[in-house]
Write a protein that binds this ligand. Structure first.
Ligand code: BG6
Length: 491
């Protein structure tokens, strides 16, 4: 039985309990993020952090692990030895075999009564049900407890539903924080302000004034040591189902009535439900799967995907996807959304490009014909917003040239930028659900993605090879060229 959180929860001291606390994500992201929150006094007073793991470690051994594996991921400029020591004093380590119900007694002893318990499940999703069940049987879950679920949240629609059902038996929906770290990025949140805090874009933010939208998340890294996970996952499930579709939602959603979690999530859900389902013919025409072969990134030679450790030599897993999506609603009818993501691409670059409609007619003959303005929202590595427009070239004639209105957000606003995980962890502690996915959103995203996975199987296509250090297979450029369009870097 689940119950609704109480309003007093905000004033309680916090026990942050991290399952998978000795894992890679915890070491690289969660523990450094909590350190930054501690350094900037964003953790409530008397917060405790209890890391849970399988290893038979003492507290001291866990702290030694943190020194070695986590501290290197703390921004060196932000490191303060005294603050770090105080941070370590918040920690406890509890050894638990998550399948053994009796082990949870150790957590009962370590966690304080009457606190707000936040359970962060940074484990394989197959363990979520067992962990929640055992936590509940041990009496550790109450109406104020919160659970954070790390991705991957399912492998397909059925498994995502099963996770939601199972976790829902122990936690009510307002207690569940499904994390998509892209929603914690400063620039992604800024996109909401760009759209809903500036009147000038409102009237233009629709068909026919917008001709197309591009969303690119390009990475230079390869699969690294994650082949065991990645080879069963691929870029569509790893990146498109969550991060790229969430970006698409923020670009495409109607103005929510407020920033309340459900107001925002209702609007995102409508977008996901309006995505035009793809038939097998659409999939053959409008999607491109790629896999990197050996090449060079940033001047360094790199292996191909099939040569990476633990990748089967006949693997057909995609490390690149480009696709054309459509949203069936009034605002976006006939506006293609081009999504693209890949590993071992030329540059680390995430951006959203809004291509405005061409001039209906140009009275100035000496300019680029049919020029449309372009708004480029760069999310990473730099945060900037550029508006491409035409201006007159100085001189006696009337020649027009493209120029950029360029806003460098780092320069314009010099305040500290918290990492996505820091911001989201603070949101969990403060009970702010706006930047977390609701159950129906997650399922709607899977419902759209799953037929693409099935379609690829039916088509039996091997991924197209692309050389590491390029922008993916040539078919990705062809996808846009077919409509007389191009990716931003091809301009
Ligand atoms: C993760 C994916 O969710 O996001 C990784 O599992 C990917 O494969 C990462 O590398 C990208 O995140 P960021 O913040 O580095 O763009």
């Amino acid at each position: 039985m689940t119950t609704q959180p109480t309003s007093a929860a905000q004033d309680l001291p916090v026990d942050m309990i991290i399952f998978g606390g000795g894992g890679d994500l915890s070491a690289r992201k969660l523990l450094p993020a909590l350190y930054m929150a501690h350094l900037h006094c964003n953790l409530p007073p008397s917060t405790r952090i209890i890391t849970v793991g399988r290893k038979d470690w003492s507290r001291e051994q866990f702290l030694a692990f943190m020194e070695e594996q986590s501290r290197p991921f703390v921004d060196a400029k932000a490191f303060d030895a005294q603050a770090w020591d105080r941070y370590l004093s918040l920690f406890d380590y509890v050894r638990i075999d998550v399948n053994s119900a009796s082990d949870y007694q150790r957590l009962v002893e370590a966690s304080r009564p009457g606190v707000l318990r936040v359970f962060y499940l940074s484990t394989s999703p197959e363990l979520f049900t067992t962990i929640c069940d055992n936590l509940s049987s041990a009496g550790l879950v109450d109406a104020d407890s919160r659970v954070v679920l790390e991705k991957p949240l399912g492998h397909d629609l059925a498994s995502a539903r099963a996770i939601n059902e199972d976790v829902g038996r122990f936690f009510s929906e307002p207690q569940i924080y499904r994390i998509d770290h892209y929603l914690g990025k400063e620039t992604v949140q800024n996109l909401m302000v760009l759209r809903f805090g500036n009147a000038i874009f409102g009237p233009l933010w629709q068909a026919p004034y917008i001709k197309s939208v591009q969303i690119t998340v390009a990475e230079t890294v390869g699969v690294g040591s994650r082949a065991g996970f990645y080879d069963h996952t691929g870029a569509l499930r790893d990146m498109v189902q969550n991060h790229l579709l969430q970006l698409l939602c923020i670009v495409a959603m109607e103005p929510p009535v407020s920033l309340d979690p459900d107001a925002v999530r209702d609007e995102k859900l409508k977008v996901l439900r309006s995505l035009r389902p793809m038939t097998v013919a659409d999939i053959a025409r409008d999607t491109v799967r790629g896999q990197y072969s050996a090449g060079a990134v940033g001047g360094e030679p790199v292996k191909g995907y099939l040569q990476e450790d633990n990748v089967p030599e006949s693997s057909r897993t995609e490390t690149f996807v480009a696709l054309r999506a459509h949203i069936n609603n009034w605002r976006w009818a006939n506006v293609p959304f081009f999504l693209r993501t890949g590993k071992r691409l030329q540059k680390r670059q995430s951006e959203i490009v809004i291509d405005f409609a061409d001039l209906p007619f140009s009275i100035i003959p000496s300019g680029p014909r049919a020029y449309g303005n372009r708004l480029i929202i760069q999310l990473q590595p730099e945060e900037s917003i550029q508006l491409q427009m035409l201006a007159k070239e100085p001189g006696s004639g009337m020649r027009m040239l493209p120029v950029n209105l360029n806003l460098d957000l780092q320069q314009a606003m010099t305040g500290r930028r918290a990492e996505a995980y820091e911001r989201l962890l603070i949101d969990v502690i403060r009970g702010r659900l706006t930047h977390f996915m609701r159950r129906d959103e997650l399922e709607a995203a899977w419902a759209w993605v799953e037929p693409i996975i099935d379609g690829w199987k039916e088509l039996g296509d091997a991924p197209r090879s692309y050389t590491a250090g390029t922008y993916g297979p040539a078919a990705s450029s062809a996808l846009m060229a077919r409509e007389n369009m191009n990716w931003a870097e091809e301009n």
